[in-house]
Design a protein around this ligand. Structure first.
Ligand code: URA
Length: 240
């Protein structure tokens, strides 16, 4: 979902209903500010989050939102669903309807997976986090039905062939915590990936919880179902 940009002269022309020649004059007179800086270049690109003023009147001011949610089991990672509560439903009343309507989910979790879910209306940010080149680590805590063995570590690191997608999974890190518990780090998000990887060993995942994405850990003060806005440093540093 690439964020669309438009030229500043076009933006001014359309929002103030003036012709391009008048826009050139307005810009030359240094009456336009973009994100607090005087803007005189007609070809400057602006997007939906650019703060734009003309003669100190705000022409556009759309805020970007970055939210973390502690997703409970049984809530679906979708914007609308007929059967289940959605992650968007959980954001009310903390985030107003118009904000909730603008959001998309950055990397879904299954219905029966809990933990860290990110939501935003900034598609440039979400694309960076989900694009395969950036290989952002997703960290999970897993509880299994059968005992773990060290054999799993090599198999996760080597990658597994998924015949349906015709891909081999990226190297994954498996760290055994106890007989039935492990931490798994993935740099991608294939459909039911962790369950399918343990499925190769006929070992059923009993519980799956995402506790961090990149450098951002789920806030321990958020109870299940609770959410909060990210701090600026969290937004900037998540990918390291
Ligand atoms: N792997 C899964 O199987 N499910 C998730 O929700 C995330 C990773």
């Amino acid at each position: 979902m690439a964020i669309s940009t438009t030229r500043l002269d076009r933006f001014i022309s359309e929002s103030c209903l003036v012709n391009r020649k008048s826009v050139r004059l307005i810009l030359a007179q240094k009456r336009v500010y973009v994100d607090g800086r005087v803007a005189s270049d007609i070809a400057q690109l602006v997007d939906k989050f650019s703060h734009i003023t003309l003669d100190n009147k705000v022409l556009q001011s759309n805020q970007a939102h970055y939210i973390m949610l502690n997703k409970p089991i049984g809530v679906v990672c979708a914007t609308k669903d007929d059967k289940h509560k959605t992650v968007i439903d959980l954001l009310a009343p903390l985030f107003a309807q118009n904000i909730r309507d603008s959001l998309h989910i950055v990397g879904r979790l299954d219905l029966n997976t809990s933990g860290l879910v990110l939501l935003t209306n900034d598609s440039r940010w979400s694309e960076r986090l989900t694009s395969p080149e950036h290989k952002i680590a997703k960290h999970y805590h897993v509880t299994l039905e059968q005992p773990l063995t060290t054999e799993y570590i090599g198999a996760f690191a080597k990658g597994m062939y998924f015949s349906y997608e015709k891909i081999t999974t990226q190297p994954a890190v498996l760290h055994i915590l106890s007989t039935y518990e492990a931490e798994v780090t993935l740099t991608e998000g294939r459909y039911h990936q962790i369950k399918r990887m343990f499925g190769r060993f006929d070992n059923k995942v009993l519980a799956l919880h995402r506790f961090a994405i990149g450098k951002l850990a789920l806030d321990g003060n958020l109870n299940t179902g609770e959410s909060r806005s990210l701090e600026r440093f969290e937004i900037m540093n998540i990918s390291g």
